[in-house]
Design a protein. Structure first.
Length: 334
């Protein structure tokens, strides 16, 4: 009786071990893959055209990340629909760490303003690492004849509804910054959206629009060459690369404080081991002298954090941006 009982217990224990192992294999095949990751090329999706700030960051990161992972890291541009196309591709990709997104603050404002997105940025994407933050910069056409924000506000009040401002798209942070300026300064600048920062810059440079909000990356060369005037940055601190350009608060408009960020994302449910590995490697690449210097020279601040801090930042930004959008009644132009 005792022997038979002992055999039955041993058999049951063995069966439990086998079933447990089989369950882990069936339910968590990604765990084995995570230990070996990566075994092939990794792809970084950039949801904008080549040559922009995020694209340049992606290519810098890809080079260093490839060296650290020992596998090719490829950058693929999938522009369109305000970044929705590229972000959607990553949100629907296998959660195995081989398809990443270098996204930006646009993910937040798109989610707030566009209710028909094919994905949910908070739930369908897993943050990996924060890369950098940076302001927008208010630029003016030399033909406008204004030297600072005070001159612009005075002129706009003399000509209500006649001056225009360019943004890099309807429903973007540049659009939001323009409406915040209207509200804070009690002026009526008319919004003219463009399909990207470069076209917006060219329109300001050519005098087709009076002023514009673009990224420092887009405008820094033209500012230094004197082709446009830099009036202010939308941040609480001046840029080391443009130390002579004041903040909006310096100009008497402290409420206009917008800093955009860039961060790496993976599909939701990517194994935590892969997320942590990628986060550590990407942060090491971004902090390297060459990459950090290049990003900072183009008008951004290196601010690297891991996935949990990125998640917290996004939650806070959803709340803050929602309040701003409601306060200025921002809507996507049809």
């Amino acid at each position: 009786m005792g022997r038979r009982h002992h055999d039955r217990v041993a058999c049951c224990n063995k069966r439990r071990v086998l079933l447990s192992g089989a369950s882990l294999f069936l339910l968590c095949p990604a765990l084995a893959c995570a230990a070996e990751y990566p075994t092939r090329a990794v792809k970084i999706i950039v949801p904008s055209s080549s040559g922009g700030a995020v694209d340049v960051e992606a290519r810098l990161i890809a080079k260093g990340l490839s060296e650290r992972l020992g596998q090719p890291v490829i950058v693929e541009n999938r522009a369109g629909a305000g970044g929705e196309i590229g972000a959607g591709i990553v949100a629907r990709a296998p959660a195995d760490g081989y398809t990443l997104l270098l996204g930006s603050s646009n993910l937040v404002i798109e989610q707030i303003l566009r209710k028909d997105l094919g994905f949910d940025a908070e739930h369908d994407l897993a943050p990996v690492a924060l890369i950098a933050v940076g302001p927008l910069i208010l630029i003016a056409s030399p033909a406008l004849g204004v030297k600072n924000v005070s001159d612009l506000v005075a002129l706009a009040r003399q000509k209500p509804g006649q001056l225009t401002y360019a943004s890099f798209g309807s429903g973007t942070h540049a659009h939001l910054a323009g409406e915040m300026l209207n509200a804070a300064a009690n002026v009526d600048l008319l919004h003219i959206p463009f399909k990207g920062g470069a076209p917006a810059l060219l329109a300001v440079m050519g005098g087709q629009v009076a002023v514009g909000f673009v990224t420092p990356f887009t405008a820094i060369g033209s500012i230094r060459a004197g082709r446009v005037s830099a009036l202010a940055v939308t941040a609480s601190r001046r840029l080391p690369s443009l130390p002579g350009v004041p903040t909006m608060a310096d100009c008497g408009l402290p409420g206009i404080d917008l800093e955009l960020w860039s961060a790496m994302f993976a599909p939701a449910k990517t194994p935590r081991e892969i997320i942590v590995r990628l986060s550590n490697e990407i942060i090491a690449v971004v902090k390297s002298d060459e990459v950090a210097r290049t990003i900072e020279n183009r008008g951004a601040f290196i601010v690297t954090t891991g996935p949990d801090e990125v998640s917290r930042r996004i939650r806070l930004e959803f709340a803050a941006t929602s309040r701003l959008v409601k306060a200025v009644n921002l809507k996507v132009d049809e």
